[in-house]
Structures are given as structure tokens and as C-alpha cells.
Ligand binder design. Sequence first.
Ligand SMILES: [Zn+2]
Length: 287
Amino acid sequence: MVIMRFRLLPGIILILLIVVLIVSYFFTKSNEAFLPEKKPPIVRQHNPISTTSAAMNMPDKIKLPIITYHYVENVQDPGDTTRIKLAISPFLFENQLKLLKEASYSSYFVKDIPQILQGKEKLQDKSIVLTFDDGYKDIYTDAFPLLKKYQIKGTLFIVANFIGRQGFMTQNEIQEMLQSGLIEVGAHSLSHPNLVSLPLVKARQQIFDSKKILEDMFNIQVKTFAYPGGSFNDDVINLVKEASYEAAVTTKPGVYSTRDKLLTLPRLRSGYLFLRTIQLFFDKFIQ
Ligand SMILES: [Zn+2]
């Protein structure tokens, strides 16, 4: 038996080593948006005009990861798989913010992206945009105190008719967040339907009226939009354009923003399945 164990030992060590390597590979991959960049983030497409100084200030394309969050909370109900998939724990969220601060990242609002691409605002070397969809209560109770602590900006995409409903932020809470200067409010429709499957007249209402309600409620200009469920087509994009939104975000993965695709900006999810496993480990044993 002793000899058997000795023979098994190298095999077990090898398996453990492989597991550790796989774990670290995926962990690094899912966090790559938060890691310091080695290359400068402004990437210009090869374009003969870009040798002029005006074009130098107007990049066609910028590398600026936009991260999507929904819930920032410890989900209480283990059976609520939808919520679990969309949630990140406050512990892991704070670690992400710490990492961003330590790596000297600058945070931007989504509404800054058109300004940067038009050369009106400067993009720092290491930059990121954090977005929070739907307007859930825990963004006020759990995420906002951390954004204040680390002085990191975020864009909220609010479903106009859900303000004040059970589980969603109230008008006063959103107002307080706006006053901090760390928050942008963008629209996310009136009631979160799939805009592609709606008759155009209904889709128009969702896109136009949500902007108007938010602007009147908070006395602000709403310049950005997030497609509910990430669903859009050319008709929907045209309505968003017609409503004078300057930028709109999707759920398509990617890190580059381009001037000709301001109404279909890609985003990255804040967590992947594997990251969840690591998170559960940290939450259970380290905290
Ligand atoms: Zn949503």
C-alpha cells in the first residue's frame, strides 16, 4: 500500500499542477479587462489622413473596455439562477475597483466616448467604463458606496417605468447618486421589452419616452441608451439616432469603440462562469 501511494503521488501532483495552470489561465483571461495595459490604448486605423494634426486628435478607434454589471450583491436564494448569473458579489466588485485604482486606471462615462472620438476629450492611457443595467436597488446600497470610496465613475442604464418599484432604485436614490458627480444616467427603455419584436410605433415610444421621463425627472440631458436584452436591428438603431442619443451600448463582446459604430458599442461582461467559482471560494474562505 505504501509503495502504491508513492507511485500514485507524482500522478496526483501532475494533475494538481494542470488544474492550477487551467485555473490561473481562466482567471487571468476573465480579468484581462482589469489588468494593466502594456500597449498604449489609442489605436488608430491605418489611414493616410491621420498624419494631419486634426486627425491625430480624432482617433477612428479607441480601446476602451466597457464593463456590464447588473446586480452587485450576495444572492440570497441559491435557486435564483438568473440572478446568480447576473450578479457579482460586493467583495469581488471591491477587488475589481481596487485593482483598477492600483493599476492607475481612469474611469469614464459612456457619454464621454463620442467626445473622445471627436477629439474633444482626452483618453488616458489606461481607461475603463463601468455600466450598470436595469437600475437594481443593490447598485445604490452596495455598488455606489464602493464607487465613492474609490472615486470611480459609472453609467446607470435605467428602465424608466421601474424606478421606485420593489427591488429597484428610487428617484431620490438616483438623484443622490447623480449629485456625487460619479454617475451618468442613460436610458434603458420604459419597460425592458425586446425592441426588435415590437411594432415600430411601440419601439419608438420605449426609446423616446424613456429619455424624456429621465430628463424631466432629474433635470439632466440623457445622451446614452442600452438596448434591453441586447436586441437591436437597423430600425431600432435608426430610432435611437432619431431620438438624438449620442451613443448606445449592446451586449456584443469587444473592447474597441469606433466613431462609425457609436450606436452599437460592444461591452464585456463583469464575470464569467469560472470567475464565479473563484468568487465563491473567496467569499467562503477568505473574507
Ligand atoms: Zn437590461
